[in-house]
Design a binder for this molecule. Structure first.
Ligand code: MGD
Ligand code: MGD
Ligand code: SF4
Ligand code: MO
Length: 733
């Protein structure tokens, strides 16, 4: 056994000198006279990347006399296509937001009461360690009694996961099962990867509930809508901004997209419009699929989807006849019970027209590899499996599955969970059924929350540890969210010095690690080495000039793009069990699932009831921006969309207060917004409002919370929460 827990760097690590935080870039984009004027004002530009959503757009931050003035899009950053959205712009003010968390805080009153004492970092760590060690001891030394929660975005999440691993808990809960696990699983099963889409080269795109005009995803959003010659078919129960910009909008009946996809295949295969040579060479199970989809005629699908049979037929024919046509995979799909199967059907529509690994089609994403530290994972004789291991077929051990995990944690089944360590995930707002999350919190002896703001989760924690904001912090190079067709590494560099008593994720984790020991008596900080600066330097040491480029421009690319055709030429193997594109899955069959997507009718919602659907708002990210003053003024509270005819029959007018009740005790009151832009059987309102935290005064009690009305259901193949299985009753109050 080694004497120390020192780590080794994978890959080479040529010394590149000091990184020099806060690089100042030149005034390359302004006239000489303007540059002189700016220099006199002590203007500097720092290249960095946005942290307000997953896209990580790169910008040049203008800092005047030490104050951040604006974030300008970095025109050379290909994935951002020269864009910064409203949210990214509003981010410039977040360091100055009076409501940010400025120092560590320890709860003094009851949970959620809002009574705190200001603490030093060492006091906060010592408090956490004492409580944690006590419960671990009470649980027989099992560190699995602490759940570790985290979302990506800061590039420091990696350290959080490392801390969990060396601390010795298997219970890691990340965001994917609230987001895209089901779509990943569905596409993986058919084409062996969750692909990028070559939107720019695709003339014909079908979007099933992927609201790209509002659910911004770069560069797809820009590529999709900047070229008006593209034909876009939008299936969505709501008239979204995407619907408005599409060639054709169909208010599809929720949960019936699989019927649409199956009927498309019925037409394409039935009329011999599929790509025969491609299917012969690359696909597995075409014969079975041909027989299987015979039953799914457009006339049948019309009854399910409420899209006319003739339209389905014409869309299918045009789709098959247009090279580069693509049925877009989407991201946070997770609608209803059979979501993995729906995604599989959508992937198959793409396969039969031969668009995988071809221009305009589904392109396997690539990344720029970085050198990473690897470390010896700690070994604990007391280790146990994850709590919800038996509940999900394809459980990703690092992501976990939130819904069954929470149920088991509440019951202590098969063992007790006593604490939650939460990093950058606002679980109180992002998990369906907020009452249940509160029930979970009530059972906890220790809740630690690392956040920049007093989110609903921070508000209910015992200790809040403030992370330094993304504009004051160095984040190591990262490719997550910027991998794809034009892979890039992005970085974050501080525009200004930290304004308050905050720390970066790495500093928080390594500080806390000093308070715990492993089984051999080594303190856990032994498992960490270096600092963010050295990690940044070492990560790209294999690429000459990369560090300098990142410092100057905020990103690094060596110009590579995803090669198209490597899978079809045989240079790379398709990552499925048969090494073919699977239109029939023996693997699914062996696990007791349908080998081919088999339609199951969504349950009838009942008379005078509504399905609650979830969707993004273009100026908000999830639960975290509704309280940004620069965005909140556009929409100080949310309102519930109710179909005009339906509202009339119920005597509801816009602005009336209504009550929504779900089937599991969820109950909210919110103002109505009467609109033609939603099906009569659905209702919708935006995320981020109806907050419980008085530390977010702009959204505290304003409008209604989605988490409070969403029922908790999950899909057992991928473990994804089902966000559109909520049925509500409405009455005017
Ligand atoms: N009701 C409802 N629930 C949902 C969804 C929905 O649409 N509606 N969408 C689902 C999807 S797709 C996803 S991806 C998840 C996302 O869910 P989460 O991962 O919980 O994302 P956010 O709601 O944006 O919350 C992010 C939290 O991180 C904090 N934060 C921001 N910057 C930093 C930082 O630099 N450091 C630290 N430590 N904290 C920071 C914010 O203040 C906020 O509290 O939610 C899922 N859940
Ligand atoms: N502005 C902004 N952009 C974002 C984010 C953000 O918070 N704000 N979040 C990012 C993240 S983490 C993610 S995961 C992506 C999410 O991006 P998307 O995957 O596009 O997710 P949503 O916006 O939730 O869109 C879901 C849409 O599906 C519709 N829908 C509901 N049920 C059905 C159904 O049964 N069939 C069909 N066809 N449609 C249905 C809803 O009405 C809604 O418009 O967006 C990313 N981009
Ligand atoms: S799309 Fe996301 S990353 Fe890009 S500017 Fe907007 S919020 Fe920032
Ligand atoms: Mo997401």
């Amino acid at each position: 056994m080694s004497i120390t827990r020192r780590k080794f760097l994978k890959g080479s690590a040529a010394g590149l000198g000091c990184l020099g935080i806060s690089s100042v870039t030149g005034f390359r984009y302004v006239s000489k006279a303007h540059a002189e004027e700016l220099a006199a004002q002590k203007v500097k530009y720092v290249a960095s990347s946005c942290a307000i959503c997953t896209n990580k757009c790169v910008f040049r931050g203008q800092v005047v006399n030490g104050v951040i003035k604006r974030l300008e899009p970095q025109p050379e950053f290909a994935k951002g296509r020269g864009m910064m959205c409203a949210r990214g712009n509003a981010g410039a003010w977040t360091p100055y937001d009076p409501d940010r968390v400025k120092y560590p805080m320890i709860r003094t009153g009851k949970r959620g009461e809002g009574k705190w004492k200001k603490a030093t970092w060492e006091e906060a760590y010592a408090y956490i360690a004492e409580k944690t060690n006590k419960v671990v001891e009470e649980e027989g030394g099992h560190r699995s009694c602490i759940g570790f929660v985290s979302s990506e975005g800061t590039y420091h999440e990696h350290y959080w996961n490392q801390f969990r691993a060396v601390f010795g808990s298997p219970n890691s809960l990340r965001h994917p099962t609230l987001c895209l696990s089901s779509v990943i699983r569905g596409f993986m099963a058919v084409i062996g990867t969750y692909p990028s889409v070559d939107v720019i080269n695709s003339p014909f795109i079908i979007l099933a509930g992927a609201d790209r005009a509002e659910s911004i995803f770069t560069p797809d959003t820009m590529d999709m809508f900047s070229d008006r010659s593209k034909k876009i078919i939008c299936l969505d129960p709501r008239f979204t901004k995407t619907a408005a910009k599409s060639t054709k909008w169909y208010p599809i009946k929720p949960g019936t997209d699989m019927a649409f996809a199956l009927a498309m295949m019925n037409v394409i295969i039935g009329e011999g419009l599929h790509d025969k040579a491609y299917v012969d060479k690359y696909a597995h199970g075409f014969e079975q699929l041909t027989k299987h989809v015979k039953q799914y005629t457009p006339e049948w699908a019309a009854q399910e989807t409420e899209i006319p049979a003739q339209d389905i037929r014409e869309i299918a024919r045009e789709f098959a006849g247009t090279p580069g046509a693509v049925f877009y995979p989407g991201r946070r799909s997770s609608w209803q019970g059979n979501d993995v199967e729906t995604r599989r059907a959508i992937a198959m529509v793409n396969v039969i027209v031969g668009n995988f690994d071809r221009k305009g089609g589904l392109i396997p994403s690539v990344a720029i590899p970085t050198a990473n530290y690897f470390y010896e994972p700690a070994w604990y004789t007391n280790s146990r499996p994850r709590l919800e291991e038996a509940d999900v077929t394809f459980l990703n051990p690092r992501d976990g599955s939130w819904i069954p995990w929470r149920d088991r944690a509440i019951k202590g089944d098969p063992y007790a969970i006593r604490g939650l360590y939460i990093y950058k995930q606002n679980v109180v707002a992002s998990l369906p059924n907020r009452n249940k999350t509160m029930e979970l919190f009530d059972k906890m002896d220790i809740i630690v929350c690392v956040d920049t703001f007093m989110s609903d989760t921070a508000w209910h924690a015992d200790v809040v540890l403030p992370e330094t904001s993304y504009l004051e912090r160095l984040d190591p190079p990262n490719g997550y969210g910027v991998n794809g067709i034009e892979p890039t590494l992005t970085i974050r560099q501080p525009l200004i010095k930290p304004m308050f008593d905050t720390r970066s994720g790495f500093e928080i984790v390594t500080g806390l690690a000093r308070y715990f020991e492993d089984e051999d008596g080594f303190t856990l900080d032994e498992y960490f080495e270096g600092d963010v600066e050295s990690h940044t330097r070492d990560a790209v040491a294999d690429y000459p000039g990369a560090l300098e480029m990142m410092k100057e421009k905020g990103f690094f690319t060596d110009g590579r793009t995803a090669p198209i055709g490597d899978y079809l030429s045989g240079k790379k193997a398709i990552n499925t069990p048969t090494k073919k594109l699977e239109l029939y899955s023996d693997d699914f069959k062996n696990r007791g699932f349908d080998p081919m997507p088999t339609y199951k009718k969504p349950a009838d919602i009942g008379a005078n009831k509504f399905r609650f659907v979830v969707g993004r708002h273009a100026i908000h990210t999830q639960s975290m921006t509704a309280a940004f003053p620069e965005l909140n003024w556009h929409m100080p509270e949310n309102t519930v969309w109710i179909n005009a005819a339906k509202a009339k029959s119920m005597g509801i007018k816009s602005g009336d207060m209504v009550q929504l009740k779900n089937r599991t005790g969820g109950d909210v009151q919110i103002k109505a917004q009467v609109t033609e832009g939603i099906r009569p059987d659905c209702v919708y309102y935006a995320n981020g409002y109806g907050s419980l935290s008085k530390g977010q005064p702009l959204v505290y009690g304003k409008g209604a919370s989605q988490a409070q009305i969403l029922e908790a259901h999950f899909e057992p193949i991928s473990g994804n929460a089902l966000m559109h299985e909520t049925i509500v009753e409405i009455r005017k109050v």
